[in-house]
Design a protein around this ligand. Structure first.
Ligand code: QAP
Ligand code: CO
Length: 168
């Protein structure tokens, strides 16, 4: 396994729209394993392939306290079930050190393929619903900072650009 480099906002590659996975072969399973190792080592709860500069529709998550319940979503699709939204504080491994409260739909229906190519469905709510929508946004080239005001997003951009110019 390997730890992959995570792209950081405002890297333009995070704006790439990922393509559906055509078949789940050994290379996709290796990608999934490397993404899980990368997510766990960075203390994250979710990571999309876009964030490691692979533009295929693959997401890994683990919302368990023990960090031993990996979830794999390949070609995930979400339907919003009603217009109810809930506020939630979000962070992102591609926007390190910044957390903001975002409103998202609360009730969604997810269908996706698992690492063996089997289709599954979920009716998640709470943090799981938030995290799934956050990760699918990555596959569409979107970031949680896009939901903030221009001024807030600019502040985050300037701070991260400075940090990346002077990493120590
Ligand atoms: C997405 O984000 C998420 O700033 C996953 O310094 C997060 O795993 C969806 C992380 C919260 C919903 C709610 C962020 C780690 C991890 C940081 C993450 C950091 C270290 C973020
Ligand atoms: Co993220």
């Amino acid at each position: 396994m390997a730890i992959l480099n995570i792209l950081e906002f405002p890297d333009a590659r995070l704006r790439t729209v990922a393509k559906p996975v055509a078949n789940i072969d050994e290379s996709i399973r290796t990608l999934v394993d490397n993404m899980l190792e990368t997510m766990y080592s960075a203390q994250g709860i979710g990571l999309a392939a876009t964030q490691v500069n692979v533009h295929q529709r693959v997401v890994v998550m683990d919302l368990s306290e023990t960090g031993d319940q990996p979830m794999v979503l390949i070609n995930p699709e979400v339907k919003i079930l009603d217009d109810q939204t809930c506020p939630h504080q979000e962070g992102c491994l591609s926007v390190p050190g910044f957390y903001e409260t975002i409103q998202r739909p609360e009730h969604i229906h997810l269908t996706a393929l698992d690492r063996d190519g089997n289709r599954f469905e979920l009716l998640p709510d709470g943090l799981l619903a938030v995290c799934i929508q956050h990760e699918i946004d990555h596959l569409d080239g979107k970031l949680f900072v896009d939901y903030l005001s221009t001024i807030k997003r600019q502040r985050i951009r300037t701070k991260l650009e400075k940090l990346n110019r002077h990493p120590d």
